[in-house]
Design a binder for this molecule. Structure first.
Ligand code: NAD
Length: 365
């Protein structure tokens, strides 16, 4: 394919070109080549996996936060408490992608001795796609569970049964390794819809699906303007009281325990994005026969996949498969980026210090 094409307001750009351009933006903004490459690869992988809300569209936010001092472009993970199977790591407001990867490396090294490890990761700028750290564990043969909260800005999600916003999109992730195959990856926000999708609907004058937003009275609404215009409404949690309950646990385990910083109003809200994560990593070998575990996982996955598809469905998938399908398709066809997002990225590249000629050279065919 040609690396950049215009396609009805959406361009297609190759993984290589987008990764290189993104790396150059972050080196211009003050990161080392190694840090910039790591962040660029994480963001572009999110796009490849179909999660554009956590891909290169985040570049303007990251560059802005570097410029105002909310994101330290070369900070690394620091172990601040080591109790054997329990570790506490401070991200010093560095790129979450770098701190999260380093913290997971530390957990994977430790779990070989302890069989289970609980790692608190605090004070990271946006961790991006949490599944990335789960996949790191799963590909190394370990199970992982991640509870994450999101602070540093005003809440966006109301509690089940409530009107006002009290939390944000608090992601949860759980990963199970598979022998010789990609791990099973459940990786999700606990809000019923991503804020990025609400913004797009608002800009297009479209309605959002049922059951994802509430108005200022806490009543269901399909009108995305409740997220932007007074009287303000809120996003709801997924799955009513159950999703809300999981979001609360992300807030309390990721936020109160690991980060000591929840969304309650006594804490700072400085128009930035801070993630705290409590991560458990488990060695299947510590539970007995890993062979039996692997064969049970395989048999159960096959049993699930053998389900007759419901009407209007092509087949039953396991968590993580939609991302693999997106990746296979986008690696070949390129990554779609809408014109508005691209304009924001180019402006951020200029703010970071790249000249118009640099940008033209990095993005030309
Ligand atoms: P999503 O709703 O697209 O997918 C959620 C999960 O469901 C995934 O594991 C996916 O594989 C699985 N899934 C989807 N369709 C499926 C099907 N048909 N059958 C079986 N499984 C299926 O994801 P989301 O909730 O929009 O989250 C997107 C990303 O946003 C995640 O990577 C998450 O970590 C990230 N996120 C990050 C933050 C942060 O602060 N860093 C906050 C919120 C979300």
């Amino acid at each position: 394919m040609s690396s950049v094409q215009l396609l009805r307001g959406t361009m297609l750009i190759s993984q290589e070109k987008l990764t290189n351009f993104t790396t150059k933006i972050f080196t211009a903004a003050g990161s080392t080549e190694a840090v910039a490459t790591e962040v660029a690869e994480h963001l572009v992988t999110a796009n490849l996996k179909g999660h554009d809300s956590h891909g290169v569209g985040m570049i303007p936010t990251y560059v802005r936060n570097i410029k105002v001092g909310n994101l330290q472009p070369d900070a690394h993970a620091e172990v601040i408490r080591d109790n054997g199977a329990v570790l506490l790591i401070d991200g010093k407001m560095g790129f979450g992608q770098v701190v999260g990867h380093e913290a997971t490396d530390i957990a994977l090294e430790r779990v070989k001795d302890t069989g289970i490890v609980a790692v608190g990761v605090r004070n990271c700028h946006h961790l991006g796609r949490i599944g990335s750290y789960g996949e790191q564990c799963g590909l190394a043969g370990f199970v992982s569970v991640h509870f994450v909260n999101v602070v540093g800005h005003a809440p966006q999600v109301s509690p089940y049964g409530g009107r006002e916003r009290r939390m944000t999109t608090n992601p949860f992730c759980c990963v199970v390794p598979r022998e010789g195959e990609m791990p099973i990856v459940l990786d999700m926000a606990t809000s019923a819809i991503a804020l990025g999708k609400v913004r797009v609907a608002h800009m297009k004058g479209e309605l959002v699906p049922d059951g994802v937003l509430v108005d200022h009275e806490g009543l269901p609404t399909n009108d995305p303007s409740v997220m932007y215009e007074e009287p303000l409404g809120a996003m709801g949690p997924f799955g009513k009281h159950k999703g809300y309950g999981l979001a609360v646990m992300c807030e309390l385990l990721g936020g109160a325990l690991a980060g000591e910083w929840t969304a309650q109003p006594g804490n700072a809200r400085e128009n930035t994005v801070v993630n705290h994560m409590l991560m458990f990593v488990l060695d299947p070998n510590a539970f007995g026969g890993v062979e039996r575990f692997n064969s049970e996982v395989t048999d159960m996955v096959n049993y699930l996949r053998s389900t007759t598809p419901a009407k209007n469905f092509d087949r039953v998938r396991i968590p993580g498969e939609p991302e693999q399908e997106s990746m296979a398709q986008r690696c070949v066809n390129g990554i779609p980026i809408d014109d508005n997002s691209w304009a924001g990225i180019v402006t951020a590249a200029q703010t970071a210090g790249l000249s118009s000629d640099d940008i033209a050279g990095l993005t030309a065919d």
